[in-house]
Design a protein around this ligand. Sequence first.
Ligand code: 5GP
Length: 195
Amino acid sequence: MTNDKNIMVILSSPSGVGKTTITKKIQQKYPSFKISVSHTTRKPRSNEVNGVDYYFVSAKEFEELINKNKFYEYAKIFGNYYGTLKKNVDDAIKKNDIIFDIDWQGTKKLSQFGNLKLIKLYLITENKIELKKRLIKRNLDSKQEVEKRFKSFEEDVKHWYDYDYVIINKNLDNCFKQIEKIILKHKEKKIYLTS
Ligand code: 5GP
């Protein structure tokens, strides 16, 4: 069940484009936004906190949640499960706007729920070389993980047409401003239409 005035924004991108940074920036500037915290079977990175970045669970726990139909969507990405719990979204939207940092598979599945009114944004870098540089520079994944993530680029970008907006993250501040504009436009429209 959605609150009429609150909006749901999906941010997707190939790994390394800067989506997590932007998601956090939106939440810092606009406290009405809650980031949807996904469940994953991936191991936490050194800078990640359970319950903040993800709920880190075992494959057994994740599969139990699948069997109990607890997810709006889930996908296997780079060999691990990632999923969005229905309860977390349904609770959050009563009081907050929501940002989802999920991939194209999750976006497709969430789009099938008529009750979720989504604004879908896809972020890309200006070219592949820049993406590789950023994946290496952020230094959060092993060399093997970087390769896996880089290789998924071609498949990932094929899905840009499932999104309402495609934004190039060449400069973080400009990219953020563009996203801000889109979000505020949709938010104002909703407030206007429902008041
Ligand atoms: P990472 O391991 O780098 O945190 O995330 C890998 C990919 O999984 C990213 O593209 C991220 O957006 C995506 N992801 C994170 N949570 C979810 C989720 O709940 N569902 C889906 N479908 N993708 C997710």
